[in-house]
Write a protein that binds this ligand. Structure first.
Ligand SMILES: [Zn+2]
Length: 266
């Protein structure tokens, strides 16, 4: 499959999440979250770090997680679907703002299950082409506890493929070959998720924790994801310097790359 833009160059092949943006056009990234809160726990550090370095990160929430991930609100009684959606939207907007994100979009596709039909596909393909991300991020490929998550990743791959097709809406700029990073799921080992990238998010930990604390409905996860970040920092140190200890990192996030990296030297 040709992986070039209509200009014939290869603008979107930078697959290093820690890379500084190059000069010229603003570099952009796209994070696709099945439910309103998912991007916060799993990729909040990567989002804040890149925003702070000049990459414009667009966050797409396919749903608000209104039915399946809003138990605390439903337990209050007297709730309606509309009220739960509104509450989750405000939380997600606040969390995005804490991470420095100015572009968060809600597709409102319903949850448990998501409706990922042709109309949703069209909308996400349009967004991918508009954003032209240097890298993309979504869920693990497998999640038997939450099929919305794994269906999202399959859907994202499908939309990425369509966005690359020269015959889809000819004349539009086609997508290059952005890496798709799979962010860390809950119960990582059960999801067949194996990280191959660790990103030091220590400089933006304060922002990630602030975003986490916007999730009032899921307080039981606040410390859990702080522990995850500390443990991944241990892996960052171990892998950056051998047994004697590598580069210091207090908080990190792990990602699994979907595609190989292309390099000129090892
Ligand atoms: Zn979710």
């Amino acid at each position: 499959m040709p992986e070039k833009t209509p200009d014939g160059d290869e603008k979107n092949t930078d697959q290093n999440p820690g890379a500084q943006p190059t000069s010229g056009a603003t570099s952009r990234a796209l994070v696709i979250s099945a439910h309103a809160a998912d991007f916060v726990w799993r990729a909040g550090g990567a989002i804040a770090l890149h925003q702070s370095r000049g990459t414009k990160v667009t966050v797409v929430c396919l749903s608000y997680g209104e039915r399946g991930e809003s138990a605390r609100l439903w337990k209050q009684g007297g709730m309606t679907l509309a009220a739960v959606k509104a509450a989750r939207r405000i939380e997600a907007e606040n969390a995005a703002a804490a991470l420095g994100v100015k572009d968060i979009r809600f597709l409102d596709l319903g949850d448990y299950p998501l409706d990922l039909g042709p109309s949703a596909r069209e909308r996400l393909v349009d967004i991918i082409r508009e954003v032209q991300p240097k890298w993309m991020m979504s869920h693990s490929m497998w999640d038997p506890y939450n099929t919305d998550h794994m269906n999202t990743t399959r859907f994202v791959l499908e939309c990425r493929m369509i966005a690359q097709a020269w015959g889809h809406k000819p004349g539009e700029r086609v997508l290059g070959a952005p890496q798709l990073y799979l962010f860390e799921p809950h119960q990582s080992e059960q999801m067949g998720w194996k990280p191959d990238v660790f990103l030091d998010i220590t400089p933006v930990w304060k922002e990630k924790r602030a975003a986490i604390e916007c999730m009032q409905g899921q307080q039981h996860l606040w410390d859990f994801y702080t522990n995850v970040a500390e443990n991944r920092a241990n892996h960052f140190r171990r892998n950056s310097g051998g047994q004697a200890g590598g580069r210091a990192a207090k908080y990190a996030e792990g990602f699994q790359s979907m595609f190989p990296r292309t390099v000129d030297a090892l």
